[in-house]
Unconditional design. Structure first.
Length: 378
């Protein structure tokens, strides 16, 4: 069996690793010339770190992050820890963390073609475009991993994502050394989104915002202005980044969630193309890797591609349930964020429950109700 993969990010590379290790002929393509950078907060949660470890990929935890600082709309500060048994998280530039996955895919036997895009897929035939023009190649299945804004899914007739967050990030030197913690600021003007400060070096921060498209429209689409406005009014952030600090390498992107279909005609949508990023926390790397591994597992288990597609759709059902439950939470956040953050500031176990709510999938789909019950029970 030959499987083609369009996109060598976390989803595509993880799928390539699993398939190649199972003896599948894997052809991995990416429109970018590698190594390439990626717009991201650079935070890798324990779920992501666990995936790297399960794949046997070394990922130094420098820094090793066990705590998330949450700053509420009224500036109440709490600290929550990961659930017991999870590894620490870390911060690493995507050029490094994605590169480790790609290197492992190549070492496992995948054939990688950079600067090559998949333009079309029909009757088991790929149309490829590279530096030397177009070419055709045969494959038994195609994994579409070309990202949140990739055109291939729509070309293949898949419906659009249900909704999207928009994000902007840059890098700034800090006034004081950063502790090994994620800092998440639930600013009233950004709810149900948030701003962040993540430590990429002791005195260097990845700084950004992730907000709904509706919220972005309130700022006239000016995400840079929204980021600057938050920084100017948040005294908790001023201990680390001055309001007029120079912010370098500023880039934006979209974070999609929800899809009605992810398989059709031997094509599987994985990663951001599948719309599995968490609509509350905006995390996407862990989910991307998980979808790549799920698609690979289905193709390895089933000889019939349609049967593999059906199994893959079933495997992703919990993400759809979580997406629906997260949207319920987002409707409450403008009202509930302040009281809940104040409660978390005086009750550490509530802060821990918030971290579990924001970052970890409930496989049975009871995300909202179980999270709320856990929160108030504590």
């Amino acid at each position: 069996m030959r499987v083609a993969i369009a996109g060598a990010g976390p989803a595509g590379a993880a799928a390539a690793i699993a398939l190649a290790r199972a003896g599948v002929d894997v052809r991995l393509y990416d429109k970018a010339s590698w190594p390439r950078a990626k717009t991201c907060g650079d935070g890798l949660t324990p779920s992501s770190v666990a995936h790297y470890r399960d794949l046997g990929i070394a990922l130094p935890l420098e820094p090793s992050i066990a705590t998330t600082v949450m700053v509420g709309p009224d500036r109440a500060v709490s600290r929550g820890r990961w659930p017991a048994g999870m590894p620490d998280g870390t911060c690493r530039a995507r050029i490094d963390s994605d590169g480790r996955l790609l290197d492992a895919a190549i070492a496992s036997g995948a054939h990688f073609s950079p600067a090559t895009s998949v333009e079309a897929w029909r009757d088991r035939t790929l149309t490829l475009r590279g530096a030397n023009g177009t070419a055709s190649e045969r494959a038994d299945a195609l994994l579409v991993a070309d990202g949140a804004t990739g055109a291939l899914a729509s070309k293949l007739g898949f419906p659009p994502h249900h909704s999207r967050l928009v994000a902007l990030r840059g890098y700034a030197d800090t006034l004081a050394p950063l502790t090994a913690e994620y800092r998440v600021h639930y600013d009233a003007a950004l709810l149900p989104g948030y701003a962040w400060l993540f430590p990429v070096a002791p005195r260097r921060a990845n700084i950004g915002i992730a907000i709904t498209e509706e919220c972005a429209n309130r700022f006239g689409g000016d995400l840079r202005g929204a980021l600057r406005a938050w920084l100017a009014r948040d005294p908790q952030a001023h201990a680390y980044v001055a309001p007029d600090a120079q912010i370098d390498d500023v880039h934006g992107g979209v974070i999609p969630s929800g899809r009605d279909r992810r398989y059709a005609e031997r094509a599987f949508l994985i990663g951001d193309a599948a719309g599995v990023a968490d609509p509350l926390s905006a995390e996407g790397v862990s989910q991307a890797i998980a979808t790549g591994l799920a698609a690979a597992a289905a193709l390895i288990e089933y000889d019939d591609t349609d049967a593999a597609g059906a199994a893959y759709e079933r495997a992703l059902a919990p993400y759809d349930r979580n997406e629906r439950e997260a949207r319920k939470m987002m409707q409450w956040m403008r009202i509930a964020a302040g009281p809940i953050c104040r409660l978390a500031a005086i009750r550490p176990r509530v802060a821990d429950a918030l971290i579990e709510t924001g970052y970890f999938l409930k496989p049975d789909g009871s995300w909202f109700y179980r999270s709320m019950w856990s929160l108030f029970a504590r």
